[in-house]
Design a protein around this ligand. Structure first.
Ligand code: ADP
Ligand code: MG
Length: 652
C-alpha cells in the first residue's frame, strides 16, 4: 500500500543532465552497475559504522551484502542492499537534486555542452552516479527504508519526464533497492544485455571485485542426477558471490593490475576520470597503516566551493570510518583521493580524537611529503605531460599550501610552475627563472593581474621589456596572497614590478644618467608639487620614473600596499577596506609630460590658484589614462569622457 504520493519537479539542471545522459551514447554503459554497487557499498559501510557508534540503533548487521536480481521476462534488474537506507527527505535531497554546490558551474557547462564529446567530458567531470542508470533503463524505481525507521519511501522516475514520483510505503526491508526497467535489448548487440548472467558477472569482476561486501546473485545451475536410464537433468538455483572482496590496499602493488586500481579509484573518488598517479604506501612497526592514494587527472567542478568534500577516507582495520578525513590531508591537497587504513585506532574514533592524535599527525606528515615528492617526480620525468596535466588541474590549489604549510613551503615552490615573459606557451619553474637571471639581478620579478594580456600590456612592463628582463605573470587569485607572504626563493626576494621603485640600470648607466637625473629633478620639482596637490584625492605622491618607455604615466603601490586586484578580492568577499592611494609616476621623456611642464611653468601663479582649468583637466586626463592602462576603473568615467571629448573636438 502506498500513500502520500507526490509528484515533484526535477531540479532544472538535473533534468537537463538526465536528458544528456539518456541521449548520449556514452562509450561505456556498463559503468551504471559500478555506480549502483558503489552506492550500495557506501550504504553498508555507513550502517556498520552507525551500529558501532549508536548502541541504541536496532539493526541486524550479521549479513550485510549486495544482491543482484534479474527478471529476464520483464527485463528488470534490481540492485539491493541492506545498508543504511534513506529517509524520505534524504531521497528528495540526495536523489532529486544533483550537484547542489556547483549548480551555476553545471549550468554553464551544460549550455556549452553541445557536442557528443563535450557531453562525455561533462559526465566524466560531474561523476553522475545514480543517474547513470538512465543510460540503460527507461524507468527507475528506488525503494528504501532507513535503519531505525519504520516508514519506507518509494521513488520513481522515467526518462523523458521532468518530474519524479515519491511516496511512503508501509513495508520494505531495511536498506535500498534500485530497480531498473531496462531498455529493449539491442538486437545486434547482445554485449549490452544486462539480464544475462555472464554479463553481470563480467561487470562485477571488472569494476567491483574489490568491494568489501559480498555481491551475490542467484544463478541457475544444471546438474545431472542418476545413472543410465535414470539419468535426469535438474536445474538448481544457488546463490553465488561474484566478487573476491579483497581490499586493494592490503595487496602488494605487483599483484594488483592497473585496471583494478583504476576502478578502485573511481569508487573512492566518486569520479569518472582516470587516476593520473597511483601512490601505495605502507608503514609497519609500532604504528601500522596502509594507504592507497591517487592524484586525479581531472579537477572536479566543485573543487573551489565550500561544499567540496571527499578527500581521503579513513578505515580502521578494514572498517570504513569516515569520508573526507581532513585530519589526514591538508586543505591544499584536497584533490588527493584514496584510503588510509590504520591498525591501531579504535573503531569509535571521533573527529575530536583524531585532531589530538599524534599518530594521525605523523601519518599526515608522511602522506603530505609523499604526495609532494610524487609531484616532484612527475616534474622531473622525461615526459612532462603528466606534470603539465597535474599543474593545469591542481596548481592553483597546491599553491594555497604556500600560505599554510610552512614546513613544505620550499618543496611547494620547487614543484610550482608559472607563466612568464620568457615564453608565450611554456611555464617556468623558479629554478629555471633563477638560472636565466642576468648578472646584477638579485630579485625575482613578478606582476599580478587578471590576465596575461592585461599584465603584458600594462605600462609597468615597459622598461622590463626594453631591457629584456623576465617577469613572472601571476594570474591566479591565490598568487596575490602568497607573493605577499613568501619572502624568497633560493635567497632571491620576490618583487612586484608594480610596487616600489624600479632600478634596472647598471652602475655604468647610472653614472651616465646622473647629470640628466639631477637636471630633471630640478626642472620638474614645481610641477610635481602642483600635481600632487591637484590630484591629492586620488594619489599620495607624484614622482619621476625610468620604468616607462612609451607611456606618459603609471600608478604604482608602495611595497606593502595592497594591489588593486587584492583590494577587489577583499571587497568582493565583503570586507571593508580603507581607500588606498597610490603613487603616480611620470615618464620625464614623454611629450605629454614635458608639454605639461612647460605649460605649467608659463602660468605658475594662476595655475596654483586653480585659475587655469585646462591644466587641471590635463592633470586629470594624465591620471585617468594611467588608471585605464593597467586595467583599472575610473571613479568618474563620465567626467573623463567629457574632458576627452572636448579636447578631441578642438583638434579637428
Ligand atoms: P555520490 O555517490 O557521488 O554521492 P550518487 O548519485 O551515486 O552520488 O548518489 C547520491 C547520494 O544518494 C549518495 O551520496 C547517497 O547519499 C545516496 N544513495 C545513493 N544510493 C544509495 C543507497 N543504495 N543507499 C543509501 N544511500 C544511497
Ligand atoms: Mg555514487
Amino acid at each position: 500500500m502506498t500513500e502520500h504520493v507526490e509528484q515533484l519537479e526535477f531540479q532544472a539542471e538535473t533534468h537537463q543532465l538526465l536528458e544528456l545522459m539518456i541521449h548520449s551514447v556514452y562509450s561505456n554503459k556498463d559503468t551504471f552497475l559500478r555506480e549502483l554497487i558503489s552506492n550500495a557499498s557506501d550504504a553498508l559501510d555507513k550502517l556498520r559504522l552507525a551500529s558501532f557508534q549508536d548502541k541504541d540503533l536496532q539493526v541486524d548487521t550479521s549479513d550485510l551484502h549486495i544482491e543482484l536480481e534479474v527478471d529476464k521476462n520483464e527485463r528488470v534488474l534490481t540492485v539491493r542492499d541492506n545498508g543504511i537506507g534513506m529517509s524520505r527527505a534524504e531521497v528528495v535531497d540526495l536523489i532529486g537534486t544533483l550537484a547542489k554546490s556547483g549548480t551555476a558551474q553545471l549550468r554553464k557547462q551544460l549550455a556549452e555542452a553541445k557536442s557528443e564529446a563535450s557531453a562525455e567530458e561533462l559526465i566524466g567531470q560531474f561523476g553522475i552516479g545514480f543517474y547513470s542508470t538512465f543510460m540503460v533503463a527507461d524507468k527507475v524505481v528506488l525503494t528504501t527504508r532507513k535503519a531505525g525507521e519504520t516508514t519506507a519511501t518509494r521513488w520513481e522516475a522515467s526518462s523523458g519526464s521532468s518530474t519524479y514520483a515519491i511516496s511512503d510505503l508501509d513495508e520494505a526491508p531495511q536498506g535500498t533497492a534500485v530497480t531498473l526497467h531496462l531498455k529493449p535489448a539491442d538486437e545486434d548487440d547482445h554485449l549490452f544485455d544486462y539480464t544475462q548472467e555472464w554479463k553481470l558477472r563480467e561487470i562485477v569482476k571488472k569494476y567491483s571485485d574489490f568491494i568489501a561486501w559480498p555481491i551475490r546473485m542467484s544463478v541457475e545451475r544444471v546438474v545431472t542426477e542418476g545413472e543410465g536410464e535414470e539419468k535426469q537433468e535438474k536445474t538448481l538455483v544457488e546463490e553465488q558471490t561474484l566478487n573476491s572482496q579483497k581490499a586493494l590496499w592490503t595487496r602488494p602493488r605487483s599483484e594488483v593490475s592497473e585496471e583494478e586500481y583504476k576502478e578502485f579509484y573511481k569508487h573512492v573518488s566518486h569520479a569518472w576520470d582516470e587516476p593520473l598517479e597511483i601512490i601505495p604506501l605502507k608503514a609497519e612497526g609500532t604504528f601500522e597503516y596502509q594507504a592507497l592514494l591517487f592524484l586525479p587527472s581531472q579537477a572536479p567542478f566543485d573543487l573551489f566551493t565550500r561544499e567540496h568534500k571527499r578527500g581521503v577516507q579513513l578505515y580502521v582495520k578494514r572498517v570504513f570510518i569516515m569520508d573526507n578525513c581532513e585530519e589526514l590531508m591538508p586543505e591544499y591537497l584536497r584533490f588527493v583521493k584514496g584510503v588510509v587504513d590504520a591498525q591501531d585506532l579504535s573503531l569509535n574514533v571521533s573527529r575530536e580524537i583524531l585532531q589530538q592524535d599524534r599518530q594521525i599527525q605523523m601519518i599526515r606528515k608522511r602522506l603530505v611529503k609523499k604526495v609532494l615528492s610524487t609531484v616532484k617526480d612527475l616534474q622531473g620525468a622525461e615526459d612532462q605531460s603528466k606534470y603539465q596535466t597535474f599543474w593545469r588541474e591542481f596548481g592553483r590549489v597546491l599553491k594555497e599550501g604556500l600560505l599554510s604549510d610552512f614546513d613544505n613551503r620550499e618543496t611547494i615552490l620547487q614543484v610550482s610552475s608559472f607563466a612568464s615573459t620568457h615564453s608565450e606557451s611554456e611555464a617556468t619553474t623558479l629554478a629555471q627563472y633563477v638560472e636565466r637571471m642576468p648578472e646584477g639581478q638579485d630579485v625575482i620579478y613578478y606582476m599580478t593581474g587578471e590576465s596575461r594580456d592585461q599584465i603584458e600590456r600594462s605600462p609597468h612592463m615597459e622598461a622590463f621589456q626594453a631591457k629584456g628582463r623576465e617577469v613572472l605573470i601571476l594570474t591566479d587569485p591565490v598568487d596575490e596572497m602568497w607573493v605577499g607572504s613568501v619572502p624568497e626563493f633560493d635567497g632571491k626576494r620576490f618583487q612586484s614590478i608594480a610596487k616600489g621603485e624600479v632600478d634596472l640600470e647598471s652602475e655604468d648607466e647610472k653614472k651616465a644618467s646622473e647629470a640628466l637625473r639631477e637636471q630633471q629633478d630640478k626642472e620638474f620639482a614645481d610641477l610635481l608639487t602642483w600635481l600632487g596637490n591637484t590630484l591629492e584625492d586620488n594619489i599620495k605622491e607624484v614622482r619621476l620614473t625610468n620604468r616607462l618607455t612609451t607611456s606618459p604615466a603609471c600608478l604604482v603601490g608602495d611595497v606593502f600596499d595592497f594591489t588593486p586586484m587584492l583590494e577587489r578580492m577583499y571587497r568582493a568577499s565583503g570586507q571593508e577596506l580603507p581607500v588606498s592611494k597610490r603613487i603616480l609616476e611620470l615618464n620625464p621623456a614623454h611629450p605629454l609630460v614635458t608639454g605639461l611642464r612647460e605649460a605649467y611653468d608659463q602660468r605658475k601663479p594662476d595655475a596654483d590658484e586653480g585659475k587655469v582649468p585646462e591644466l587641471t583637466e590635463t592633470a586629470e586626463l594624465l591620471y585617468g589614462t594611467a588608471v585605464l592602462a593597467e586595467g583599472g576603473e575610473l571613479k568618474d568615467p563620465a567626467r573623463f569622457a567629457q574632458i576627452l571629448t572636448e579636447r578631441l573636438t578642438r583638434t579637428l
